[in-house]
Design a protein around this ligand. Sequence first.
Ligand SMILES: Nc1ncnc2c1ncn2[C@@H]1O[C@H](COP(=O)(O)OP(=O)(O)OP(=O)(O)O)[C@@H](O)[C@H]1O
Ligand SMILES: [Mg+2]
Length: 263
Amino acid sequence: MAYLELCDVDFSYSNGFEALHHVSMRFEMGEAVAIIGQNGAGKTTVVKLMNGLLKPSRGQVLVDGVTTKQQRTSQVAAKVGYVFQNPDDQIFQDTIGKEIAYGLVKKKVEKSAVKAKVAAAARLCGLEDEMETHPYDLPFSRRKFVTIASALVMDPKVLILDEPTAGQDAPSTRLLADIIQGVMASGKTVITITHDMEFVTKEFSRGIVMAKKHVLMDAPIAEIFENDEVLEEAHLKRPYIAQLARSYGIRGVLTDEELLRAM
Ligand SMILES: Nc1ncnc2c1ncn2[C@@H]1O[C@H](COP(=O)(O)OP(=O)(O)OP(=O)(O)O)[C@@H](O)[C@H]1O
Ligand SMILES: [Mg+2]
């Protein structure tokens, strides 16, 4: 049985706008999945359903075999951690140390364990020297890492990152990749929404393409970037290397190593 599953889900916001229509997807443990698609496709809505922040209007979201409708948001969130698209929707404490510790303190985890776990999560996110810093004294891109550390510290089985690559420079994108690989190495599942197609090809094996309220394609990344029709409908561009390869008439290439080999 899949650990996380959306079964024929519709979702409408309270103003009546339908953001998802007939959406199904399933995730096993140990997967790295990228959700891609143009602005407004429904990506954030779909992951908020996975972590229990939203409940489906029709259909079911099952986490560990139980519908999210029968669980409190906090129960679902303990299993499926979600890092918001905008960190400022998530940060409330006045120091980074307190912000990362918040969930553990609320769970009444013992003090010395909190300290150790927070230090480890901060180190993974490059924040070990910022524990007393006010979150808003860091730029947006690093505030995003504060929220990633806050999710990591809770050790969820599934980690969802909503556009973590937005506004990140090359070293920070590398750090993100290391974090994702670390989570994967512990047998967990990582689901990431991103508009960075280079990042998608490097870090993920499976992709889910969303367009206009529904899933257009759910397949290995290499197959997605071979499908002209899907790319066009979802307004997605191939990674630069794939575009370059095609200009030489070479298909099926996504990374620079593959291009070198093909040439
Ligand atoms: N609270 C809300 N109330 C009403 N409509 C909403 C709400 N939040 C999002 N929507 C609408 O639902 C649709 C899907 O939004 P969603 O945020 O899931 O898209 P997205 O794929 O994450 O886009 P982006 O890439 O811009 O983050 C959009 O048309 C959006 O305007
Ligand atoms: Mg979004």
